[in-house]
Design a protein around this ligand. Sequence first.
Ligand SMILES: Nc1ncnc2c1ncn2[C@@H]1O[C@H](COP(=O)(O)OP(=O)(O)O)[C@@H](O)[C@H]1O
Ligand SMILES: [Mg+2]
Length: 321
Amino acid sequence: MPETDPTTISEKHKWLKHRYWKLGHDGVFEEALAELYEVDDDGQMTAEPQRDPLTGETRGLMLLGESGSGKSAVLKRALKAVPVLTDVKEVEGGNTLYIEVPPEATIKSLAEHIVEKTDYPGFDARVGAAERWEVARHRLKLTGITTLIIDECHHIFRPGAGRDILGAIQALKHMLQSDHAVALVICGVPALREAILKEETGETYRRFDECHMTRTLQGSHGAQLFERCLLNSARKVGIEVDANENFAERFLFAELGQTGRAVRLAKDTLRRAVTKKRSRLSLADAEWLFIKSNGRKEMTPFHPGDWVTVQAELNAMGWVR
Ligand SMILES: Nc1ncnc2c1ncn2[C@@H]1O[C@H](COP(=O)(O)OP(=O)(O)O)[C@@H](O)[C@H]1O
Ligand SMILES: [Mg+2]
């Protein structure tokens, strides 16, 4: 069905909210993801995890990036865009479980979190971590889940009393080893990688491939895609963007190239233009939103005037977000 353009303010807001900006990270991630699975005779990825012929082990993938780089957005998009992976939340009998680790989670509570998603009642407090993870693996097997995605995985590696970093590394490794080993995607800030490297043998680390959310640099292909997405979204909601005002560069500069954050600021600025019934994107709106989340600054990247001059000024004053 062809998409009709949103017309009312609320339709435009809704459209903007759900609009994914395809910026290149998704392609890189999906390619790395496909490496975890068998392919069919057309060379297409299947949902069957690839196993080592000798050990039967599967592989993992870690997606790493700073907070706000857009990791969760990439994961959720892959779940929708990769046809063979079906989200258990969306599809009865789906083969992929996506979980987000809450900040306070421990390795014990995470196992519980997983089994609850498979309609298991949960554990008595006395049941230890090893047993819980064994049950979790068994539940995944029974429910036909072959891919486990653990977002915000770095939370289980926080140091502190009652926290067991080596136990957490073991739990991840076992997900790749049991008779029902899954394709495992873990996602988090770069400290996640450092945490897994704490295991002296490096055994768990070597079972994971890596995919990094890099910053979008000025003048890069990613920056061009960002600008294209901005212009497309603006056109869709009926907002003009003045090419002389270099909005795309300003959003990326303001968020230090952190793509997800820059997308959010750009979308929020579009949203505000829609709310205020403006005909064109406004530097003042972008500045207002930027100050709202970062505090007042002497000068922001949305300062009126020629962008080259503004940028030179910001650099000269050693501007930081
Ligand atoms: N490609 C994208 N298209 C649309 N929105 C995005 C995109 N990337 C990130 N965002 C938005 O930017 C914000 C931060 O991204 P998020 O994926 O939560 O980052 P992270 O998980 O790395 O902390 C979220 O509000 C998200 O919806
Ligand atoms: Mg996230």
